[in-house]
Design a protein around this ligand. Structure first.
Ligand code: HMG
Ligand code: MG
Length: 284
């Protein structure tokens, strides 16, 4: 039996959040509904952040209200603080994510807090989610390179990973926010992080600016990771990470994993339709 590797689809959130055109809610819902038929177990569809910071995500509650929820699919939302968590709960997000950074420069630029302040802010979110029975995922940005601070020391990533683990995050997604990671820097970073969090609870989140994302996924597979975030059509980028290109394309990850002999459980034809839809949303 081929081994399974899961792709966590983040296109409706990470893929779209940086688009300059305000995409109509109905288009976002149509994309999610198409993705729901592709076989994903988890799809990130919303982000309850300040609409002043990320206007594209302002209709997150409407997106969650409008999608046709497929059985067995967990629909995820970003929640930077209690206000975001309460909105996500009201909108019936199936799981939430807190998102920090391994570098101070990006932490300040993205969520207007130092790393320490952000971790403090996440504690009540994680506690409230656990009390409500909502699983919490953790993200760490800039795990190898930061647009403001330069290369990130692996120990800094391990420290934030340990803090998110202690808050009860069921999985920690390691973000190469600006797509500058190389297999060597990914390996060095993971070797430090697995001292704190087992590979089975880690995910790789690679942007593809320097076109090394697939190689970085292979380096992560070698260290035992079996979950990767990706965005259909390769859309994306973070508004607070200058120069960041899109997430690695889900269809490219699917094809590479298949070539390596892994099973993704995805229907490639449906996936290609979703990728086409996502690319059309950018082009429109
Ligand atoms: P702040 O300005 O420090 O906080 O922002 P504040 O408490 O002073 O609030 C500012 C305004 O936002 C206030 O409104 C609040 O009410 C409102 P005003 O009084 O000025 O009218 N506000 C909210 N509104 C809606 N929902 C909320 C919320 N919270 C406050 N939850 C804050 C701090 C964290 C809110 C802000 O910095 C923010 O929203 N940042 C989000 C940035 C973001 O979404 N970045 C992209 C996602 S992360 C990413 O893409 C990386 C990832 O993909 C992994 C990787 O690739 O590395 C995950
Ligand atoms: Mg990202």
């Amino acid at each position: 039996m081929p081994e399974t590797v899961e792709i966590f689809e983040v296109g409706p959130r990470d893929g779209l959040q940086n688009e300059a055109r305000q995409i109509p809610t109905a288009e976002k819902i149509a994309l999610v509904d198409c993705l729901s038929r592709a076989g994903f177990r988890r799809i990130e569809v919303a982000s309850f952040v300040s609409p002043k910071w990320v206007p594209q995500m302002a209709d997150s509650a409407q997106v969650l209200a409008g999608i046709a929820r497929a059985p067995g699919v967990s629909y995820a939302a970003l929640t930077p603080n209690m206000r975001g968590f309460e909105a996500a709960l009201a909108a019936r997000a199936d799981e939430v994510a807190i998102f920090g950074s391994a570098s101070e420069g990006f932490s300040k630029a993205n969520i207007n807090a130092t790393i320490a302040e952000s971790l403090e802010r996440f504690v009540p979110v994680a506690e409230a989610a656990q009390a409500a029975g909502v699983p919490v995922r953790g993200y760490i940005s800039c795990v190898t390179d930061c647009p403001y601070d330069g290369p990130t020391p692996p120990e800094a990533v391990a420290r934030v990973a340990a803090a998110l683990r202690d808050m009860g995050c069921y999985e920690i997604s390691l973000g190469d926010t600006i797509g500058q990671a190389r297999p060597e820097s990914v390996t060095a970073m993971l070797e430090a992080v697995v001292q704190e969090v087992p590979a089975a609870r880690l995910a790789g989140h690679f942007h593809d600016t320097a076109h090394r994302a697939l190689d970085n996924i292979e380096a992560s597979l070698a260290l035992g990771l079996r979950v990767f975030d990706a965005a259909a059509g390769g859309l994306g980028g973070c508004p607070y990470a200058p120069g960041a290109a899109g997430n690695v394309a889900t269809e490219a990850v699917h094809d590479r994993l298949s070539a390596l002999g892994y099973e993704t459980g995805l229907d490639r034809a449906v996936l290609m339709r979703a990728a086409e839809m996502a690319r059309a949303m950018r082009a429109a």
